[in-house]
Design a protein around this ligand. Structure first.
Ligand code: 5GP
Length: 190
């Protein structure tokens, strides 16, 4: 997606630890025009599928997911992060390792918001090692819902997330693929 690439070139910053900071247009300040186009692009890429719902994770997945949900005219639910979970029968819960905080986080979705048999599209802002997406897949399995595919705004293709998800047999659509962030330079894969 060319507009997103250009925005990354102009405003993205490479931080130590292979982290791309995009807080001026995706993660804190949001470029709504770009985000609208991102939502429409996801709708186009998954147009061949009957999607019932979109699932993402707070907080940075919500903006792209909400624009995709609007473009696809489907409901959106996001998994909440909790420091500690009081186990409840009314939630689906899983534990995942956060790439950016380097800590384990409990995440949960209220059982009312995913129905068994639904075909659910997972959306997130970044794909690195695949932990966030794997956590969401775990929640969908608990809910006996089907994963329709995974939509990612920025894929770091030099990390193993895509391979992990494809090995499970799922479709991954990334709007931009980054081949390397070494020497503080963003190099695109395509
Ligand atoms: P994964 O779980 O695939 O290892 O990492 C994906 C999650 O970590 C995303 O939800 C995203 O919020 C965060 N993340 C991973 N890499 C980056 C990055 O380079 N920049 C930013 N801003 N977030 C990242």
């Amino acid at each position: 997606m060319e507009a997103l690439k250009q925005k990354i070139i102009a405003n993205g910053r490479v931080l130590p630890g292979n982290v791309l900071k995009v807080d001026s247009f995706i993660n804190q300040q949001i470029d709504v025009e770009l985000m609208t186009a991102i939502g429409q692009e996801f709708a186009k890429r998954f147009a061949n599928q009957q999607i019932d719902r979109i699932l993402t994770i707070e907080s940075s997945g919500i903006a792209p997911a909400i624009m995709a949900a609007q473009a696809m005219k489907v409901p959106l639910v996001f998994a909440r992060k909790r420091k500690s979970l009081t186990l409840s029968a009314d939630i689906y819960a899983t534990k995942l390792f956060s790439y950016t905080t380097q800590q384990y986080t409990d995440v949960m979705v209220d059982k009312r918001f995913i129905q068994p048999g639904e075909n659910v599209l997972v959306i997130d802002d970044f794909l690195a090692n695949g932990q966030a997406v794997e956590g969401l897949i775990d929640i969908l399995e608990q809910a006996q819902a089907t994963l329709a595919g995974v939509g990612i705004v920025i894929e770091k293709s030099f990390q193993p997330g895509r391979q992990t998800i494809e090995d499970k047999g799922f479709q991954v659509e990334s709007l931009v693929k980054i081949a390397s962030l070494s020497d503080n330079q963003v190099r695109f894969a395509d």
